[in-house]
Design a protein around this ligand. Sequence first.
Ligand code: SAH
Ligand code: SF4
Ligand code: F3S
Length: 474
Amino acid sequence: MAKKLYIKTYGCQMNVYDSARMADVLAPLGYGAAESPADADMVILNTCHIRERASEKVFSELGRLRQARAERRDETGADMIIAVAGCVAQAEGAEILRRAPEVDIVLGPQTYHRLPEMVARATRARSLKDGRKRRGAGVLDTDFPPESKFDHLPAPAPGQAVSAFLAVQEGCDKFCTFCVVPYTRGAEFSRPVAQIVQEARALVAAGGREITLLGQNVNAYHGEAPNGSEWGLGRLVRHLAEAVDGLLRIRYMTSHPRDMDDDLIAAHAAVPQLMPFLHLPVQSGSDRVLEAMNRQHKARLFYQIVERLRAARPDLALSSDFIVGFPGETEADFEATLKLVEEVGFAQAFSFKYSIRPGTPGAAMDNQVAEAVKDERLQRLQAVLNAQQVAFNRATVGRVLPVLLEKPGRRAGQLVGRSPHLQAVHAPADQSEIGTVVDLRIEDIGHFSLSGSRVPSEQRASRSTFDTLQEAVA
Ligand code: SAH
Ligand code: SF4
Ligand code: F3S
């Protein structure tokens, strides 16, 4: 009998990927997608622990689910399995089961290949009389297992998104002093090349045209190659571009500046499928703060990498992550960040106020920055970043960009896709064109997307006509 599964995903791309894979793991048990939690036989909250208030969010969502489950039971007699997955589950699993008895299953980011077993155990834990879970009978599986989940996952199901994610690397050994990821995702490891190629081919066979290679430190990738040697990310990108027919575009994220090696930078010049857009978090422009954050590089390294990347690929656009108000950050430190932003120029960026994470070294630092100061710095930083983003988008007006059409747009007769620089672009197009790259002349910029008109392909600009970001934001 068909059962329905609803997965609510928080956090980063790794979680988005994991949610898709959890659906793949549960498909053989008869689970298909539900429209809403209310009509689901199983609900999974795939949680994120990166900043404060993550767990409160989970508990309030669980309160709503408890209600939805009770209503469903009253109306239809059907039950609902509630699972909490992801990084909050990894960090606070036992606490979740204690505080929220309605939760049947708690699982971590490295154990979801065992979901069928967990579902069987959770089902057995229900009393036969009234379907209620026996107290204390919740299933907890937040190990870091010796086996790799990737060796036990089914092939991606048909009907994949045009732009698909593929995790090539997991975990993190960097231990930035603000960050929970090394604790919630575990130690760094890389998948073998052959397994990645197989999954990439399956994604393309299932409708994928663009693949974003994922990892918390994706450019620290060092996987086993078919000939037994070890390949870095640059070599992997070149290999995928050659070995996977029908793969039109490749991206990767998230990278660490320290791991941008020569080969990867060279791949930006050599591989046309590798899109000229890079998310490269720097966090701060101050050496003092970078040191306190344990980023293990100086601001100078970031400037140098950007220069080399732009030499390799002049139309490369950059994105980054910034944290303001890290313990000990002075006004001068913050100004160094502003200076970096002004000198480098970003097409887009994410910026956050430092958030204390229990258990990380930053939480124990005694020079915490006042909330009001963090607020003020964040506003100043975002004003500059937003202005750069608008300028970057505005510079595309009148230009022709190749856009990979992904899905229906806001209005009928429209599709939305992505430019090489990851800008969303709306344009008149037919459903049948989903998954193809079309040339669009950018007409206008809106808050969240650009709009374009069709250009016959012979008028198409060559790939190098796009000015460098530096010119665009000047
Ligand atoms: N692995 C990636 C980022 C993972 S988390 C990297 O190394 O860049 C995504 C972003 O969240 C980080 O880049 C950082 O900017 C932000 N972040 C992480 N921990 C944070 C914290 N405690 N407070 C505020 N922002 C944080
Ligand atoms: Fe977190 Fe730093 Fe690892 Fe990124 S590199 S996941 S910020 S510890
Ligand atoms: Fe959040 Fe975990 Fe990703 S903490 S950012 S979901 S790795």
